[in-house]
Design a protein around this ligand. Structure first.
Ligand code: ZN
Ligand code: ZN
Length: 164
């Protein structure tokens, strides 16, 4: 059962050394609050969109894989450290980290796991006060960051890094 309609979903790591594509709709978009997903993503919880390995391909680069247990492989970019994939060893499915998708906004999660391990403040995140954006408080710094941005753009590229 598909939870997305897009025919093709692309994404990759921050430095652009690894790019991937799903050629069929995701069958699962979920969060996981377990301690292993917190640690593996360096975030407050894992957020994954997944489908079948047969519909997944790397279009650039090679994943480095860490087995977080005998049952689970987590793939990442060894050049920039971006966490990219989650898969059961020998399983038919593979998931990608939602933040590595080119368009995570298109795939709202439909379920969550591991709630017993969730960080207590996660439920109140939307209530936190907002600090002013860097463009307002430090426009020069914001300009320098924009001018020296090494992050791969949110679409496939023919050549990366760009050659002038
Ligand atoms: Zn990378
Ligand atoms: Zn987990």
């Amino acid at each position: 059962m598909a939870v997305s309609d897009a025919a093709s979903q692309t994404g990759g790591c921050q430095c652009g050394a690894i790019r991937y594509r799903f050629t069929a709709p995701f069958v699962e978009v979920s969060l996981c609050h377990c301690r292993m997903c917190q640690k593996a993503t360096g975030g407050l919880f894992g957020a994954f969109a997944g489908g079948f390995r047969a519909d997944f391909e790397l279009t650039r680069g090679t994943l480095t894989v860490f087995r977080s247990s005998d049952s689970v492989e987590r793939g990442f970019c060894s050049a920039c450290g971006t966490p990219l994939t989650f898969a059961r060893v020998g399983g038919k499915r593979i998931s990608v980290t939602m933040g590595s998708l080119d368009h995570p906004e298109a795939f709202p999660p439909t379920e969550q796991a591991g709630w017993t391990g969730h960080l207590a403040f996660v439920g109140a995140l939307a209530e936190l006060p907002n600090i002013a954006p860097i463009e307002d408080v430090a426009p020069d710094l914001a300009r320098r960051i924009r001018a020296s941005n090494h992050q791969h753009p949110d679409h496939d590229t023919a050549v990366w890094p760009p050659t002038e």
